[in-house]
Design a protein around this ligand. Sequence first.
Ligand code: UD1
Ligand code: UDP
Length: 369
Amino acid sequence: MKKRVALIFGTRPEAVKMAPVYLALKESPIEPFVIATAQHREMLDQVLDLFGIKPDFDLDIMQQRQSLSDLTSRLIHRLDEVYFENSFDATLVQGDTTSTFAGALVSFYHKVPVGHVEAGLRTDNIYDPFPEEINRRLNGVLSTYHYPPTEQAKRNLIREGLPPERLVVTGNTVIDALLWTIDNKASLTTSFRKRLGLESERYILMTMHRRENWGEPMRNVMLAIKDILRECPDIQIVFPVHLNPAVRDVVYTELGDHDRVILTDPLEYLPFVSLMEKAFLILTDSGGIQEEAPSLGKPTLVLRKTTERPEALEAGTARLVGTDRKKVLENTMELFTNSDSYSKMATARNPFGDGKASERIVEHLLKVL
Ligand code: UD1
Ligand code: UDP
């Protein structure tokens, strides 16, 4: 009989990073089942559509302005029902979201072993990123199999006492997703950029959504954006804005009426990748985008105080600039004016993977199940 593996995920980045694992399992002797929590709704569906994934279970959890405690308790309750009514040989979760933590916990309660994709990322600061740093650590404890993307992530897990024989360094599955998307995309998309109103050859692509940046830090970055636009009269900024009202309130208030800022709803993955490909520079507090950008040769300024991705800093593909107005302005201007600095960042090697992470995860599961 085929082994049955449940993949639990619910937000946009988890869907991007689990899609290639699902597609690889589909090609294997294992039978995958997608349990979409729909912690995100529209932003999840965009990814499911692109990769042609139809969830076997859709918990439709999302509520507007959901709190962490309420989200967690509803997730546990609904996932528990699925695990009572169905049997699985293993569960896969990805990263550090609330869906991931609740999924690992419920799977553990049902004595179904958990495999943690993108294991071992750490900032060692429990409030940054909040609550993700704790979700990752809890997943480390709850999981039986660990798939750290890099040697550094593996070292973090060994430091915490996890047995090396249960750790498999795979690379990050986001690179698999990115390469799949680049391979499968139709002709790209000057017309899409035109429709968006992008006329400048030099534009900055930016995103910002993390909880610890809500309010003042985000406002400071928006002020820095206005400074940058003042200093560089020929550039445009394109900013797909997360659907979280806590983010939209600040971004639209600060940048809503600037004629060289294009604010959009979250973009589907394919057009988003095409915008990354042609951008001059990326400003973001996103984890996934930091991992993807170096494969497209795009320098990234990370709008955060801490990072769980030191590999990017060591490789020189990203700089950690935080949310200080002056620092964001200075680093951006330096990349606009110093072509040596720019090309060093643009040509550095991507340390996050080679596009074969999903293959390695499936191989490992075939061995252990
Ligand atoms: C979550 C993850 C974060 C990840 C981010 C990716 C947790 C604790 N955080 O944060 O690690 O980086 O997703 O984007 O799991 N909303 C919509 N439609 C959508 C998605 C969100 O309207 O498709 C709005 C809703 O009002 C929702 C709110 O955004 O309540 C917040 O969503 P939530 O998943 O709780 O938090 P994120 O900040 O997205
Ligand atoms: N992304 C997307 N459309 C957008 C913005 C981002 O498809 O408008 C993709 C991006 O390429 C990456 C993922 O979403 O694969 C990152 O998600 P997000 O920044 O929400 O979460 P994080 O990675 O920070 O957890």
